[in-house]
Design a protein around this ligand. Structure first.
Ligand code: ANZ
Ligand code: ZN
Length: 815
């Protein structure tokens, strides 16, 4: 066979599509596998990362089809988002046109790789049907209180008068004009992920051993559960009066109540209510007021990297245990949306408090001392130790003290034990055009009213001008002005659109039906197909996408849509594709175009290279000569098929009648098969599978038995099919009537050893090696051994004969 990939690849891609070879069966009694690679954003062209992602998924899908599973292997497009709007601003092309043209291009590129996707389930998340279902969920969530509106801080460019996404803030400035961004408080919508924090954390346990450990740890840290004490600092009388008797005090959250006797100041976030009160009532001098306003203008992420800064507020609180006066500061390291936005500061035992205290000359009062040795100087002591200067708690070790102090606070009604989560509610409002509109309406009489479900989708108007300033929906008056669904009066549509992470939080559920299915889901199909058995994608999605998708699935479960709780059974995070040691990226100019690669060598070579060059979870370094090598191997695999006698069944071979080389070849073939089964189902190290096939090929070439050749190709082309499908389908059709793809049986007889090699030594020196049949008697072994070392025995008397079965023979001779 002359290997010409261009011809056979086009042919098989046509056949697969025409025969709907990759549409799953609608038979829910069959065992199933749901294999999913994370869907792409239609950015323009596919890149090597896509090739890797989809080739890995395709290998799983094709393997499970061979094993007789009903396989769902879908693809779609995560097609809302900012790049489409940026293209509109830059090139004046409408986001919709840009998006759908990119989809068409990329669909063609993916098809050229021979990926076994279902075509009947493909959709783009910007399709109006998808938006309609999504908006219905959002209305349900709003009605259940899972979606709510509150004020939150947004990045604001005072020059362009527009809200900016975090990605549009470059080094603290607007990406377009460079003006320093400010924090502006605006109404936004939030999904109550905090209600699910406990479950999201708890059910990570069910994923142990099935998801990479690293991802589980990242999610756990992101959710960030901590236990501690919340108590109230009361203002002293003078301070209470100074604030106009509006506040009695404020709450703080601490995870280290054991350090409470070491408190030297209290600190409030710049956005804290008391701070705002003091600002608006002019209770601070102008310099301090301006310093605080400057802190407020900096975004939370930016603050974390800035030096500690603060302002003394000139008010005091009372220490709840000692009654001492504690000064109150504003500090830029106190976050407004964590705990209660205020802390008790213990510089002696907390790094941030220490840094701040050093800068402003605040006292450092150590109360925890190491059991042995000295307290270190010049830094905070954050380790375990024994309490001193801590009233009745002195002498306790700090773990016991923590419990005792919390009990004391609870018993005396001074405070309570609390659990805090780092996880914040998910702000889903985006002031952008190219997204799914939030289906809510503002009515002066009725408040916020959801759109009627029969009117969904609330679709985007197409006649918009996209300039990058403000939100185009806000300027589109005929779209924005509507009537209230409840009272019929004039009302205004919400102009915020949803975060695109919403679309990717449930697309995998929608794939369980064909894309023309009229409802969002078919409960029977959902129950059958979910969960996704293998989910494959980049590690960059370890936190947000996977967390949101887990959360959304749980919400949809509680709304009665699905029974799944954890959508992804197994997760494989693929490594990056590198070139010259750096991540391939357009900005670095080190990309390799998959299209050129396929045009030059064919899709099978591209797929083989990608899976052979590295295990899927590790980084893959681009290597031109390895691509050449992959191509040459396929060419050889095709050429040698000439030795195969066509057959419609796997040949039956009498193993014992074969010569050494023939036996060795069969053994290598079946070793490759065993390895393939292990790789596809357990280890996913496709590179070792391919190495096994290469060895088997070499061994086949050392012999000439027609049956062994046919059997070898029957098996090797079956186990290679998930990786290089076009060539294998061609071979299968030409040689085996297309009958060899299916579960292959490992024959144990080829692994039976019929001879072993034994070393023979004379007086401890290794002199020869003999081959002995398995089960041979000791006499026969000794006879063979003596014959082999005759010239070293040289007629001398043998004093001792030792046979270690399976290993060696040792002869001790005189002299
Ligand atoms: C006193 C203390 C002493 C603290 C000490 C730590 C060490 P995790 O573990 O991450 O939950 N904290 C509380 N609210 C905060 C806020 N809004 N912004 C910044 N920091 C805040 O962190 C809890 C600890 O972080 C709390 O315990 C508090 O400082 C601080 F030796 O209280 B600690
Ligand atoms: Zn109304």
């Amino acid at each position: 066979m002359n290997y010409s990939p261009a011809e056979i690849e086009a042919k098989w891609q046509r056949v697969w599509s025409e025969t709907k070879a990759y549409e799953p069966a609608n038979d829910f009694s069959k065992p199933k596998k749901y294999v999913l690679s994370m869907f792409p954003y239609p950015s323009g062209r596919i890149h090597m990362g896509h090739v890797r992602n989809y080739t890995i998924g395709d290998a799983f899908a094709r393997y499970y089809r061979q094993q007789g599973f009903n396989v769902l292997h879908p693809i779609g497009w995560d097609s809302f988002g900012m790049p489409a709007e940026n293209a509109a601003i830059k090139h004046g092309v409408h986001p919709k046109k840009w998006t759908y043209e990119n989809i068409a291009t990329m669909r063609g590129e993916l098809a050229g790789l021979g990926l076994s996707f279902s075509e009947e389930r493909e959709f783009a998340t910007s399709n109006p049907e998808y938006t309609a279902f999504e908006q219905a969920f959002i209305i349900d969530m709003f009605e259940k209180g899972l979606l709510y509106r509150k004020q939150g801080f947004l990045n604001w460019c005072p020059h362009d008068q527009t809200v900016l996404a975090n990605e549009q803030v470059v080094e603290g400035g607007c990406w377009r004009c460079g003006t320093p961004i400010e924090q502006k408080e605006m109404y936004q919508y939030y999904l109550k992920i905090s209600d699910y924090a406990e479950e999201l954390l708890e059910s990570l346990k069910s994923l142990e051993g099935k998801w990479p450990k690293q991802v589980l740890t990242m999610q756990e840290n992101w959710i960030g559960k901590s236990y501690g004490l919340e108590f109230r600092f009361k203002l002293d009388e003078a301070s209470e009066a100074k604030l106009g008797a509006v506040y009695e005090g404020f709450d703080v959250f601490t995870t280290r109540p054991d350090t409470i006797y070491g408190v030297s100041y209290a600190a409030l976030a710049p956005e804290h209510e008391i701070v705002r009160h003091m600002l608006s009532f002019g209770l601070l001098d102008e310099a301090n007021a301006e310093a605080i306003r400057a802190m407020q203008r900096v975004g939370a992420r930016e603050r974390a990297t800035q030096p500690k800064a603060g302002v003394a507020l000139g008010i005091d609180v009372i220490h709840p245990l000692t009654g001492a006066k504690v000064p109150v500061w504003v500090a830029n390291f106190v976050l407004t949306d964590y705990g209660s936005g205020a802390v008790m500061a213990v510089p002696a035992h907390d790094e941030r408090d220490y840094e701040f205290a050093s800068k402003y000359n605040l006292p450092v009062n150590p109360v925890i001392f190491p059991a042995e040795g000295e307290l270190p100087s010049g830094c905070a002591y954050t380790e375990a130790g024994i309490l001193r200067e801590s009233g009745e708690f002195s002498g306790l070790d700090n773990t016991a003290a923590k419990a005792a102090i919390m009990d004391y606070f609870e018993a005396n009604k001074l405070g309570k034990k609390v659990v805090n989560f780092r996880l914040k509610d998910w702000g889903i409002s985006r002031q952008r055009y190219w997204g799914a509109p939030i289906p809510l309406i503002h009515c002066e009489s009725c408040g916020i009213v959801p759109e009627k479900k029969e009117n969904l989708p609330v679709s985007l108007p197409e006649d918009v001008e996209i300039t990058g300033e403000g939100n185009p929906l806000d300027h589109h008056l005929s779209w924005k002005h509507c009537t209230c669904p409840k009272c019929g009066k004039a009302a205004i549509r919400e102009t915020d659109t949803m975060d695109t992470f919403i679309q990717s939080s449930w697309y995998f559920l929608r794939y369980t039906v064909k894309n023309d299915f009229k409802e969002a889901f078919d409960p029977k199909a959902l129950e059958y197909w979910m969960n996704v058995d293998h989910y494959i994608g980049g590690i960059e999605h370890a936190i947000l996408h996977l967390l949101y998708a887990r959360f959304f699935t749980k919400m949809l479960r509680d709304l009665g849509y699905t029974k799944s709780s954890e959508p992804f059974e197994h997760l494989l995070t693929q490594g990056m594709v590198l070139k010259d040691g750096a991540k391939m990226s357009k900005s670095k100019g080190n990309t390799v175009d998959p299209g050129e690669l396929v045009a030059k060598y064919g899709a099978d070579t591209a797929r083989l290279f990608i899976l052979f060059a590295a295990p899927p979870t590790q980084e893959l370094e681009w290597n031109d000569s390895a691509v050449e090598g992959a191509f040459r191997f396929l060419k050889r695999f095709a050429d040698r098929s000439q030795k195969v006698t066509p057959t419609q069944t796997i040949p039956l071979i009498d193993h014992s009648s074969l010569c050494k080389e023939e036996k060795a070849a069969r053994k290598k073939v079946y070793e490759a098969l065993k390895r393939a089964q292990d790789v596809y189902t357990e280890r996913h190290t496709f590179n070792t599978l391919i190495a096994g096939v290469m060895e088997a090929m070499n061994a086949l070439n050392e012999q000439n038995h027609p049956g062994v050749w046919s059997e070898g190709y029957w098996i090797l082309s079956a186990i290679m099919e998930p990786i290089v499908p076009h060539l294998c389908w061609e071979l299968s059709q030409n040689l085996f009537g297309g009958k060899n793809f299916g579960p292959q049986k490992v024959l144990d007889e080829v692994f039976e050893v019929d001879a072993v090699a034994l070393g023979v030594s004379v007086n401890g020196k290794n002199r020869a090696t003999i081959e002995v049949g398995v089960g041979e008697s000791n006499e026969a072994i000794l006879a063979a051994a003596k014959a082999a070392v005759e010239k070293w025995i040289d007629g001398k008397e043998i004093l001792k004969e030792i046979v270690v079965p399976g290993k060696l023979v040792n002869l001790v001779i005189k002299g």
